[in-house]
Design a protein around this ligand. Structure first.
Ligand SMILES: NC(=O)c1ccc[n+]([C@@H]2O[C@H](COP(=O)([O-])OP(=O)(O)OC[C@H]3O[C@@H](n4cnc5c(N)ncnc54)[C@H](O)[C@@H]3O)[C@@H](O)[C@H]2O)c1
Length: 363
């Protein structure tokens, strides 16, 4: 038997995040100065494509860069292996080689699919995330998680693939519908609940301007938000520990998302899930009713749902939770709030407790 050590120089991932208004020309100019590739594949969906992709492609072309659009049908139902394969086939047919970079233009669905395409295309090409929803800006565009859903559950197939740059352009939010706009704010206040109370104070103080989509206020808000997300992700890139706190609200949230046949969108499910997790924590005596109530109020002020959907049976919710990635050794796990701005993660919760909380006072 022979043994040797293979030394791999793994570069620590470090990337710039640019937050501003009307950024396509800035992006194109930066790529012109320091190109990432010879060709750029702008991956987007059928909603965002007609609104923003032409402007992005022409900004790139004006800077002398080669860019083409690849569009797939909008919606979570298309965040699949089939969509990934379709995009890859189109890129191969159009001769995109190793010198490609992917520009992911869209919400969380586009970010996840395009990021995953980039993670494996020609064994990995760079991806630039250009999030266009509040949810993608608040959460999914930073942190490097990419992937697709399967009939067995959400996000079960994927890869960690950090973007080389992220451009958050507040101008793109002007076309986002009200429901998606508000839903994404759930992930943003989540960062306040778990780590930074100043986000919550800012949100409550500037509620009207936030809901009016004031670009200057949003820039400040996303800057605060991204500081928290960056702080957590940089300490635990691969979600081995601390990063799990970002799953606050997601154990119940994912069950609702899978069980409610698209009646609720992701951010709304997370909002309901956070209120539920707070109820569980109150029931255990580790969280005050006052803190749980403040979380509920903030979510309601942003026009988000906080109650479990009546149409979803408790038994069905439990069945869906058992399928979740966060189940360890048959135990359903939750992120639970303790103090304002603090949570514990990986907390095993019995099915009996979950059933009791579903009947709980706060719901
Ligand atoms: N990778 C991660 O770390 C991470 C984190 C959180 C959520 N996610 C994933 O994100 C997804 C949800 O993201 P989402 O809420 O952004 O959904 P989405 O991408 O489906 O966008 C919502 C809808 O808005 C449309 N849209 C997007 N931007 C628009 C714009 N500027 N103007 C008009 N319409 C626009 C989309 O076409 C879509 O119809 C889920 O699949 C979830 O699993 C991933």
């Amino acid at each position: 038997m022979k043994e040797m050590t293979i030394q791999v120089q793994v570069r620590p991932a470090e990337y710039r995040l640019i937050i501003g208004h009307d950024l396509f020309a800035v992006l194109a100019e930066e790529l012109q100065k320091s190109p990432l590739a010879a060709r750029y594949a702008v991956i987007t969906d059928s909603m965002v494509g007609p609104l923003w992709a032409a402007a992005l492609v022409s900004a790139l072309e004006n800077a002398g860069l080669a860019a083409e659009q690849f569009v797939f049908p909008a919606g979570e139902a298309h965040k699949t292996r089939e969509t990934k394969q379709m995009l890859e086939n189109q890129m191969l047919e159009r001769g995109f080689g190793r010198d490609t970079a992917v520009l992911a233009l869209g919400g969380g669905v586009v970010g996840d699919v395009a990021g995953y395409v980039a993670a494996t295309y020609m064994r990995g090409v760079p991806v630039v995330q250009i999030p266009t929803t509040t949810l993608a800006m608040a959460d999914s565009s930073i942190g490097g998680k990419t992937g697709v859903d399967t009939p067995y559950g959400k996000n079960l197939i994927g890869a960690f693939h950090h973007p080389v740059r992220v451009y958050m352009d507040m101008k793109t939010l002007t076309t986002l519908d009200e429901r998606n706009y508000r839903a994404g704010l759930a992930e943003l206040v989540k960062h306040g609940f778990i780590k930074d109370l100043s986000i919550l104070d800012f949100v409550q103080e500037h509620k009207e301007l936030i809901l009016k989509r004031d670009a200057a206020v949003l820039e400040k808000l996303f800057e605060k938000n991204c500081t928290v997300k960056n702080d957590v992700v940089s300490q635990d890139d691969q979600e081995k520990g601390l990063r799990q706190i970002l799953n606050y609200g997601h154990t119940m949230g994912h069950a609702i998302e899978m069980g409610s046949q698209s009646d609720f969108i992701h951010g709304e499910c997370v909002a309901i899930g956070m209120v539920f997790a707070a109820e569980l924590a109150c029931q255990r005596g580790i969280c005050s009713r006052e803190w749980a109530a403040r979380q509920r109020t903030i979510l309601q002020e942003l026009g988000l749902p906080v109650d479990l959907p009546a149409a979803l049976e408790a038994e069905e919710i439990l069945r869906l939770m058992r399928m979740d990635k966060k189940v360890r050794q048959g135990q359903i796990q939750f992120v639970l709030p303790t103090q304002p701005g603090e949570v514990i993660f990986g907390a095993p919760v019995s099915e009996k407790e979950i059933m009791e909380a579903m009947k709980g006072d706060a719901l």
